[in-house]
Each structure stands twice: as C-alpha cells, then as structure tokens.
Write a protein that binds this ligand. Structure first.
Ligand SMILES: [Zn+2]
Ligand SMILES: [Zn+2]
Length: 137
C-alpha cells in the first residue's frame, strides 16, 4: 500500500477527498452495522491517519451512530465515504470503494465474520477474524 495521494469521493462527485499518505490497514467488514448502513453484504475499509485525510470538494453531511461514530456521507447521492470513532480521533476509516481506484489498496483480511450473512463466498485466501483482528491481542 505505497500509493500516495489517493483520491475519491461520493457517487455524484459533490464530495471529494484526498489521502495524503498510505493507508495503514485495509480490510473487508462483515458486521451488521456496515451491512445496514450500506445495504450491502460486506463493506471494505481503509484506516488512514486523520491528518492525512482531507475533503477537497463539498461539505459532507454527518450521521452519528453508537458506539460514538461520526459518519460522513453525501447529502445528495447518499454515498457514505468515511467515519471517525470518538475513541480513536487520530484515525479516519475510509470506504475503500469510494476511491477512484479501489484496486490500489486491496484488503489484507476480513473482520466480523461473527455477523456474516453467509451467502457471499470470497475464496480469496485472506485471514478472517470473528470480530476485529485486534481481538485477543
Ligand atoms: Zn454525492
Ligand atoms: Zn463493519
């Protein structure tokens, strides 16, 4: 994940952002919250230092969920592009597939298989964790 200055945004392009640095983690989440927010079976995320993430166009709408997470999405087309967890303000989680080139930052593992709905089979050989990969550290 050495690519720098990755750019992305929402589907209608009203919201645009830039990543000034390489993501520290890239994963596919199978949790209920991601599934519900995106109405999709799984959602891929990148972890990026907060100071490496900047909106370059538009002002995102926000939506807060519990645990205390502020979610940024496009108020026009609805794409959820990123979120910040109140307990980890130094990081932004960016929706991988909101990048212009999501192929640049492929996932390294799957998380929250405990919530998996079971009808998507990946067979990509990546590690899969019942919850977060940090559980059991
Ligand atoms: Zn939009
Ligand atoms: Zn999730």
């Amino acid at each position: 994940m050495q690519a720098l200055h990755l750019e992305g945004g929402c589907f209608c392009r009203a919201i645009r952002y830039r990543l000034a640095g390489a993501p520290h983690a890239s994963m596919v989440c199978h949790c209920r919250t991601c599934r519900g927010l995106f109405a999709a079976p799984v959602v891929a995320w990148l972890s990026v230092p907060r100071d490496a993430f900047v909106f370059t166009q538009g002002t995102p709408a926000t939506f807060c969920t519990t645990p205390p997470v502020t979610r940024w999405f496009c108020g026009r087309c609805g794409t959820h592009v990123a979120y910040v967890h109140a307990d980890e303000p130094g990081w932004v989680e960016v929706a991988t597939c909101s990048l212009d080139d999501p192929c640049a930052t492929p996932p390294t593992h799957h998380s929250w298989l405990e919530h998996d709905i079971g009808w998507v089979k990946f067979g990509d050989g990546l590690k899969a964790f019942p919850r977060s990969r940090h559980d059991g550290d």
